[in-house]
Write a protein that binds this ligand. Sequence first.
Ligand code: CMP
Length: 138
Amino acid sequence: AENRTFTMIKPDAVEAGNIGAITKMIENAGFKIVSMKYTRLTKQRAGQFYAVHRERPFYEDLCDYMSSGPIVAMILEKNNAVADFRTLIGATNPAEAAEGTIRKLFATSIEANAVHGSDSDDNAKIEGSFFFSDLEQY
Ligand code: CMP
């Protein structure tokens, strides 16, 4: 069914000048951009976004990294959006990401891994609403 996922182009990929190339790959894969915002996270807001990871050893570093520069947040629509987007981006660790995936092409480390992708329909809604009002989600 036609449904939605949420993504961020992370600070490493924005800094490297890869917004256009990554967005092109997303569009070429058949995703429709529903919402798009160039913005940044404070460390506190990064901590809220990644609250599910707060007990992990990498949490503090992750929040510093995610607030280190601008990001691009997007809500995307496609058949089977969550699973297909995760296939397009590849494994969390770029060393394990398949050839041709966004992380294989653009990520520099397991932390600075170029893009985020929601892991479920429920989280896609929660994460999208973290950045976009209802009126921005048409
Ligand atoms: P993301 O898919 O946005 O979800 C959580 C993020 O935490 C992940 O991408 C990485 O940026 C980061 N992350 C996950 N695992 C590790 C790890 N083992 N070490 C450092 N950062 C990690």
